[in-house]
Design a protein around this ligand. Sequence first.
Ligand SMILES: [Zn+2]
Length: 404
Amino acid sequence: MKYVLVIPDGCADEPQDALGGKTPLQAARVPRMDAIVSEGILGRTDTVPASMPSGSDVGTMSLFGYDPLVFHTGRAPLEAAAQGIELGPHDWAIRCNFVTITDGNMASFTASQLPNDVGEELIGLLQEATAGNPQWEFHQGVSYRNLLIYRAKDADDHPFDKGTSTTPPHDLTDQSIEHDLPAGDGSELLLDLMERSKKLFAKSAKNQKRADGQPPATQIWLWGQGSRPALKPFQDQFGKTGAVITAVDLLRGLGKLLGWDVIEVEGATGYTDTDYAAKGRAAIETLKQSDFVVVHVEATDEASHEGEVEEKIKALENIDEHVVGPVHDYLKKQGDYRILVCPDHPTFLRTKTHSHGYVPFGICGSNVRPDHANSYDEVTASVSNLLLPKGHQLMPFFFGTLTN
Ligand SMILES: [Zn+2]
């Protein structure tokens, strides 16, 4: 039996005036997603607990069957796993953005997409400045996205805990940072490093006079901290081998921590220009050796962040035609299967950001008795009797007897 989960990231949304009161899913031509619902069932679930910020790190953990209230420790440990950085049981990973802050405002949470060569120099300066304390490790990522690792000496060495609070810099764009600096346990260590980075970055000529003419990175911004999540391998939890196809580090990391194969696809960009058909083909290829394959497409989320309704519809139609269609056709030909379509969280065009609330899911395949729904969208799902209040209930439901 083969299983596929397709995640159109952030596709769930509200009715839009620009679409005559329809949601993007209702307005888009998605006959293959609709077919999953008419051949199978439509329901809704809530992937992001109300007490947690909405995002793919929380939402996909739910979708994969793990309660984020129990297992989610932060974004940085997932990104560390994606980069192959091993965390010991007491180590912490912290996201380290290069940012530009002017007059106390977050002018750019990407330091205007800082070039990698400037980033390399700045990471070198940070590592040099903290050389006296070998517990700090800076790891360069791509552009402005880096990681800071705190290597604990032993179990008693734990400056940070759940009460350490930090703010994602992308939530502060054009706003004052004054009330959103790190606070709580260990925050003095983070604030000290952030403060020290200001002087280091001011000294770097490569940063101050950038070849691309953009303003310099003024400092680091530390956030998303966490220790290694205690996730049971997926195969032990659900008895299925897994693989994930994604262009996003958070999902790569989560996949690695669950013991999945992480499949890289040429042309997968994590943006609206991604090669959808290549992802569809890779999913079919991967199904030959894996019981369960996740295909994640970020484009729908990106279009929502940009507030581009037409782009969101186009991304949905591309996922429908080039991923859901060919994968479903292949599954039917090869034998027993189930296919599930569900986003990780809603992303509203109106607010251009992630939201809480129900997302619709559709399932069809072997031993799935059809209900009466025939359209994959939020409005149709909202009157379905099939309601899984917690997102992590969906995976056992999907693999099981489909009773809630
Ligand atoms: Zn997003």
